[in-house]
Design a binder for this molecule. Sequence first.
Ligand SMILES: Cc1cc2nc3c(=O)[nH]c(=O)nc-3n(C[C@H](O)[C@H](O)[C@H](O)COP(=O)(O)OP(=O)(O)OC[C@H]3O[C@@H](n4cnc5c(N)ncnc54)[C@H](O)[C@@H]3O)c2cc1C
Length: 379
Amino acid sequence: MMDFSLNEEHRMIQEAVREFAEKEIKPYGREWDERQEYPFELFRKAAKLGFVGADLPEEYGGQGLDYLSSALICIELTRADSNVGSAIASSTLGCPMLKYFGSDEQKEAYMARVPGGETTSAIAITEPDVGSDAAGIKTRAEKRDDGWIINGTKTFITNGSISDWIILLARTSGNDYRGISAFVVETSWKGYDAKPIKKMGLSCHDTAEISLKDLFVPHDNLVGRENHGFYQLMRFFNESRIMVGAIHLGIAIGAYERALQYAKERRSFGKPLIEHQAIAFKLADMYRDIEAAKLLVLKAAWLVDRGEPDPALSSAAKLFATETAVRVTYEAVQIFGGYGFSREYDVERYYRDARVGTIYEGTSEIQRLIISRVISGKL
Ligand SMILES: Cc1cc2nc3c(=O)[nH]c(=O)nc-3n(C[C@H](O)[C@H](O)[C@H](O)COP(=O)(O)OP(=O)(O)OC[C@H]3O[C@@H](n4cnc5c(N)ncnc54)[C@H](O)[C@@H]3O)c2cc1C
């Protein structure tokens, strides 16, 4: 029998996050957009309530919940606000690499500090000359008797200048995917320098360019096995892409709900907008795509919980949910007319914040590449 309903625990989590997000985040979305700074106080409040890193083990400060719960949390956070919601949802970016490949000491010293709200975390892969082709990174780690010396530049790193620690991918041998290793690096160490990048949207996210100059990293801070970083990354993406899908599904839902309400209230030619078929059909298409994205994202998360992560489905969920968010927010602005272009209404912010979805965590083109390789048996 197929059962699409959420169980009691999932429903309770969903309701609890919704209540928090509606009260603490939604009313202040515009304010945070204008402040353009990371919403630390809301991050800490969310952490206190168990909404940060809920799927991390209890012994390391998490709730020990399943991945589906984490996806539901992300959806509710961004439904309330695309900007603040995704900033909080992205606070755990560095954690999965430690959860799966870190030593007990690394989990205790670094990962455990995130669910408690002590610090955000980050993962640094992208470089100024290398984005989609992650196997080609050039940041170099040279082995010494007492540790590693790292030199290079990373760019577009979410939480790169506000986190106490980051996961850093660097080249430890050769020049292809077989020579990459992951390190956990403290941002206070000498040789680590980060500066923020100005962006089109996600104004309260920290996105940084990081310069690494003779950064010394002890042997104990290598994550997992030397030269296994790329394989670890593939595991990371299997899950992180579902989370990005969930974040953007929430953005799509938030924009759709606002547009639906507006279409019922605003009148033109003597009747509510929703009674004009051109507008009603836009809303019908939004509804259709959101429901389809929900099925993809939640099924991909459910497969992770069953121990059967599916790279093609994770990519499909990310691809479809982010493209849905771009389409839905575009049409939401259209339904609001001139007010949609004004900063007075949330949909303008949702539109800007949705746009990056088809770019980060692997572009739409790269997701199609992955899916096509899996279905043709090449991956
Ligand atoms: C707000 C934001 C946050 C980010 N956060 C992080 C982070 O936390 N950590 C991190 O490491 N990175 C992060 N990134 C970087 C992001 O993952 C990269 O920007 C992305 O992977 C694309 O890389 P690129 O920008 O170098 O584009 P490129 O790789 O130069 O691609 C440019 C264009 O060419 C297309 N293209 C490239 N190769 C192919 C191909 N083989 N076939 C077809 N089309 C192709 C791409 O799809 C794209 O349209 C972030 C980016 C942004 C904007």
